[in-house]
Design a protein around this ligand. Sequence first.
Ligand code: 13P
Length: 281
Amino acid sequence: MMALVTLNELFATDYAGAFCGFDFVNLETAQAVITGAEELGAPVILMVTEGGVKYAGLDYIAAIGKVAAKNARVPVALHLDHCTKFELIVQAIKAGFTSVMIDASHLPFAENQQLTKEVVRVAHAAGVSVEAELGRIGGKEDNIQVKAADAFMTDPVEAVEFVAATNVDCLAVAIGTSHGIYKGEPNLNLALLQELKSVLEIPLVLHGGSGIPTTMVKKAVEIGIRKFNVWTELAVAQTNTIRAVLEEKPALYDPRPLFTPTIAAMKEVVKSKIQLTQAGH
Ligand code: 13P
């Protein structure tokens, strides 16, 4: 049995490659993430968005995450993903999350910096790791929608100032990925990632991990991405499985045969992303 760990504890290990963070919204998603990670012996990050909290309730979702981590045979961090609200971050820390993301990327630079600094102060006092975002990642992530025209890439000069001023533990960088299903071919600015990596010492996080060509993901990990976030491909696997089961068995009334196969389908996504982001694969 493994204990819950913080993101910083994961980052301090010699795990080669990027740690995968998967958003979960229910028991089945959590089970798929944990069993997939266990089958590969890889540490993993269970993440919950604000939308996930709204859907399941903070206490319920935290309880699922904590039980999953306690029973897991691999280290697990429980992370609040893309949180825009200071109060919710405090509640999540109290509920046992070991890591939080403050997403104040919609605010002007100075305000993002100030709010992130406040979050770091309370989170570090509780031994909790903090991720922040600089630049703006486009697409739709639950309750956060960023139009392509409003998305912009992380500025390396600002990033250096931001990290020094906030003491944040890791940084989500905007280098051309987008949340949700890609409309066109994703085009990552790997030269910018290289530049960010050369000026920042903290781990870098890539969001929008669904649907990126594998060669690009591998390059991003080689350059130094240390945390890789995935949700949409899990959501699609879960929903498509439910649709297929219902088409095959329209008279089904017990929900269990409906949900059980979703775990295997999501687990395949989990394993393929973990393998993709492990160095040397
Ligand atoms: P996708 O939904 O594109 O996989 O992005 C997930 C993510 O970045 C969660 O923070």
